[in-house]
Structures are given as C-alpha cells and as structure tokens.
Ligand binder design. Structure first.
Ligand code: ADP
Ligand code: MG
Length: 449
C-alpha cells in the first residue's frame, strides 16, 4: 500500500493527492487479492470512488502483478462533512471544494512544490535520455538563455517529471533566492478556475508572472481548456519577455498535441524540443543496480540483466519489479538471484507470455497503421502495407517466444530470411528514428495491456 501511495504521490497533483489519497488507510488480505480502503466520510467515499478508485486499483494491480478487488468502506469514526460550495467552474464542472482544499486560496507563503528527492544525481543517464538530460542540465545552470522554452516529451514513466524537478532543485541549490515553481498542468487549470471564480486574477498574475523558472508538467492536459490556454499564453509571454525560463513536459511532441491552440503549440516549439525515449537494455540494468543500492541492497549484474530483459516498457514498471524482488528477498531471507527474481516476478512474467500472441500483434499493428489484418499475410508490397508488416514481424520476434520460421509461417508463409531482414531493419531504425521508436513504444504498451 505504501508503494501505491508513493506512486500516486508522484502522479497526481500534490493538492489532490494530499486531499484524497494521503489520508486513506488500507487493509490488504494475505494473498493480496482484496484491498480495503478506509475513508473518513460518505462524501469523500463517493468522490474517491468516482475519481480515483480505478486508478488506485490499476496501480495496485501493477505493483502486485495480479488482479485485485478494491473495496471502499467508511472508517468507524465518522468525520462530519463540511457543507459544499455550490460554485461551478467552466472547466472542471461542479468540482467540490472540501475544507482541505480551501487553504490554497489564502495568500499563504509561496511554495515551490518541488520534490527534493528527484535530482540529477539519481537520474541515471543513458542514450534514451541523454539529450533531454543535457539540455535540462544546461537550463538549470544558466536559465533564461538557450533552449527557452525547453519542451520535453515522452511516454509514461520515462522520467519526465523526475527531470523537471531536477532542474528546479539544481537551480535552487545554486541560487537559493530564485523563484521556482513546479506545477502539474491539471493544478494550473484549477488555479485558473479559482482565480476566475474568485476574481483574483491579479494575485494569479503576481504568482505566475514573477517567476524565474516555471516547470510545468504534462501540458497535454491543457487540451480543450480555452481559458487556461489563454492564461498560460499570457504567463508564457510575460516570463519569456523578462528572460525567465520555462520547462514543459508532455506525452507527445508539440505538433502532436490535440485541442491546443495553434499559437500556443508554435510557442511550445519555439525553443528546444527533446524526446525521452524508452530506456535501452544497458540503461535499464544501470537503473536497477542503482536503485537497489539506494534501497541498501545489492543486485548482481546477471539478475539485473534478467529483469531488464523482461521488464522493458518504462522505468516505473522497472521500479515496481525491483520493489517486488527486494520484498521477496527480505521476506524469505534469500539472496537476490535469477531464481529468486523469477519467483518474485512470476505473475508478471506469465502475464506477459500469456497475453501476447502473433495474431494479437498483427491485429494491433494493423489497427494502428489503419491497414487490413489480411494484409499481414498478403503478398502486397506497397510501402504503406509492407512497412507495418515488417513492424509486426519485429514485434513478434521481440514479444513472443516464436522462432523466425514460425513467424514467417504466421505471416502468410514467408521465408525466415524475410522475417530476419524485417527484424534487423526495424531494430536498426529504432535506434535512430525517434518517431518510429515512439510508435513502437505505444504498440508495445498496448500489447502488454
Ligand atoms: P514520467 O513523468 O515520464 O511519467 P517519472 O519522472 O514519474 O516519469 O518517472 C517514473 C519513475 O521512474 C520515477 O520514480 C523516477 O524517479 C524513475 N526514473 C525515471 N527515469 C529514471 C532514470 N533515468 N534514472 C532513475 N530513475 C528514473
Ligand atoms: Mg510525469
């Protein structure tokens, strides 16, 4: 449960986390199949069920590597709920504002919202994040000059949030007086909504337009929020005019964002845009070894390789796997070995093997590239078909235990050398072509559910 809490603390805007998730207590059955959460009152219970339950369950399932049943119950001592504000907002709908949320409205001391645990020191470098890391380092050293704004994009769990916190922490270490703010885009939306409801735009502007460094996370959340986009645009222009730095993250590159005004998108792209890629094998190994050391355990290299080969999607999942192994090792008082890792990750490994079939890959890839599944077996050769077919062959080799001839057979009786050619070609291109790598990442995530 603590691991789940830690995870959500990173994913959710701080205020939401503090209000809804942090106060929860949990009881877990011995076999991890059922988790009961105790909630203080009826109002919170309904809200958590509606807003967070599926996310909590999904996080727990990832951590435990098995399906769980989540149950919400009222804690025995009922805390009387405060009457709700009836104010509604144009963007968040009639969002309830429970007592705990209100304190943010008071002109309290300025909080930078940085998580001091996320630094450059503990962010492992690899090919996948080298560019982004170097650019971020540069910005934290000499903000307001090059690469403004810095736009960092990549899939979930690849270290974007970690990297932007690192920028803020480094700048503050060098210049303790600097005015730095980390904010998740969702939180920014709610700040705009509040300023709008309370007519406190002057305060809002004071807060945002006076920063030296604005770190804003997951800007894809601005989609369809017109008012927010306008306010962000104003803040953006004000900050750049006074040479303050802006660092943004998103799950996609600026032009790939949907429902965000063109003038904003072009601003996003006007500094430096860099990708963080899924970590390559060596980097995954280094991360595992590093993180186990931080936990006071030593993971032998061969074990790290075994885990890194089997857990490929992102760093967050890598951390989940590591946590399981460490817990298993401590609990059973056994040394960390491949055998132990196999046992600790049994569920995770079997899920991977069970779910992904070549048929599944063919269908997923065909859907993604909008071609017919039948074209996976056909003899057609136009690039619009041949290429997705090669990508599917590559994924079949990567994600299933099938041999090259077996894969060839499943792709309309092709020769194994054809499959080999496809596998090599896509593997090589993946190293160099960012967009292809992103596409493959999406496909892999989809296939792994
Ligand atoms: P994102 O914001 O891209 O979804 P996060 O920054 O939340 O990803 O990273 C997920 C987890 O993985 C965090 O615990 C983070 O500290 C860790 N992490 C990501 N990349 C690295 C890395 N290169 N080295 C060490 N830890 C990393
Ligand atoms: Mg993030």
């Amino acid at each position: 449960w603590q691991a789940c809490i830690d995870q959500l603390a990173q994913e959710l805007p701080q205020q939401q986390f503090n209000t809804w998730i942090k106060p929860l207590t949990a009881q877990v059955t011995d076999d991890f199949s059922r988790v009961t959460l105790f909630v203080a009152n009826r109002f919170k219970l309904d809200w958590i069920r509606a807003q967070f339950a599926s996310r909590i369950a999904a996080t727990l399932e990832k951590l435990y590597g098995q399906p769980i049943q989540l149950e919400l119950v009222l804690a025995l001592r009922e805390v009387p709920a405060r009457p709700l504000s009836t104010a509604s907002s144009p963007e968040l709908g009639p969002a309830p504002e429970p007592a705990e949320m209100a304190d943010d409205a008071a002109p309290s001391g300025f909080k930078n919202r940085l998580n001091t645990a996320l630094t450059f020191d503990n962010l492992v470098e690899g090919t996948a994040n080298r560019m982004a890391r170097a650019a971020a380092m540069h910005v934290s050293g000499t903000p307001g000059h090059l690469y403004n704004p810095l736009f960092i994009y990549g899939g979930v769990g690849l270290g974007k949030t970690h990297l932007v916190h690192a920028v803020g922490n480094k700048l503050l270490a060098d210049r303790p007086g600097a005015k730095v703010l980390y904010i998740h885009a969702e939180q920014f939306v709610s700040d705009v909504v509040k300023a709008y409801q309370r007519k406190t735009f002057d305060e809002f502007k004071d807060k945002y337009h006076s920063l030296d460094l604005l770190l804003i996370d997951d800007v894809q959340f601005f989609a369809n929020k017109d008012r927010t986009q306008e306010e962000f645009f104003n803040a953006f222009e004000a900050l750049l005019a006074k040479k303050s730095h802006i660092v943004m993250t998103s799950d996609t590159y600026p032009k790939g964002l949907t429902d965000i005004h063109e003038r904003l998108v072009s601003r996003f792209d006007s500094g430096l845009t860099v990708a963080i890629e899924p970590p390559e094998l060596e980097m995954r190994v280094a991360i595992l070894i590093n993180k186990s050391r931080q936990e006071g355990a030593e993971m032998p290299e061969e074990v790290a390789f075994f885990v890194a080969k089997n857990v490929r999607s992102n760093v967050r999942e890598l951390e989940g796997a590591l946590r399981k192994i460490l817990a298993y090792s401590r609990f059973n008082q056994k040394e960390i070995s491949i055998q132990l890792a196999r046992e600790a990750l049994r569920d995770l490994l079997s899920i991977q093997n069970r779910q992904i079939s070549v048929e599944n890959i063919q269908k997923t890839v065909a859907d993604y590239y909008k071609i017919k599944v039948a074209d996976m077996y056909s003899k057609k050769r136009p690039a619009s078909i041949a290429r997705p077919r090669q990508i599917a062959m590559y994924l079949a080799k990567e994600l299933t235990q099938k041999s090259l001839p077996e894969i060839g057979e499943l792709f309309g009786g092709r020769d194994h050398t054809t499959v080999l050619h496809a596998v090599r070609k896509i593997a090589a291109e993946r190293q160099n072509v960012t967009e292809l790598n992103q596409q493959l990442h999406v496909l892999e995530q989809t296939l792994k559910g």
